[in-house]
Design a protein around this ligand. Structure first.
Ligand SMILES: [Zn+2]
Ligand SMILES: [Zn+2]
Length: 134
């Protein structure tokens, strides 16, 4: 049986379930993630879209660029998802899982945009922008 993990927003109105392991988990330091979450960086776990199910109400979506939208709870504002409009995957904000420890990040993206007082010392690969950039 495939492992499942549940998560949701701060007020509990939005709940979701993910099946299986993510394609990847990454910590993103880009400006858009920073603004969306009101936090210095956001860790995302990317799943094939069909592995993510909203078990109650659906999030509200904000079109954060021409190519992507971000899901959040309209009641409490928790940042929940990121996905490209033409993509087959959906990123879940790892910290909104009931047990965020199950999916540790594997690398850091957009380190060029990192907040100056964030010190990365976990030994994971760092990329200036997208994965594989140098
Ligand atoms: Zn909420
Ligand atoms: Zn980002």
């Amino acid at each position: 049986m495939t492992e499942t993990n549940d998560g949701g927003c701060q007020c509990g109105r939005i709940r979701y379930r993910v099946r299986g392991a993510p394609n990847n988990t990454t910590t993103c330091h880009c400006t858009q993630c920073r603004m969306a979450a009101g936090a210095a960086f956001v860790t995302w776990s990317e799943f094939p879209a069909e592995m993510v199910t909203f078990t109650g109400e659906r999030p509200q979506f904000y079109r954060s660029s021409d190519t992507a939208e971000r899901g959040f709870c309209p009641s409490c504002g928790t940042t929940l998802t990121f996905c490209y409009l033409d993509g087959a995957d959906i990123d879940i904000s790892t910290a909104t899982l009931d047990n965020p420890g199950v999916f540790p990040p594997e690398d850091h993206l957009w380190v060029d945009s990192k907040v100056s007082w964030v010190n990365i010392n976990d030994g994971l690969p760092q990329y200036p922008r997208m994965r594989g950039s140098d």
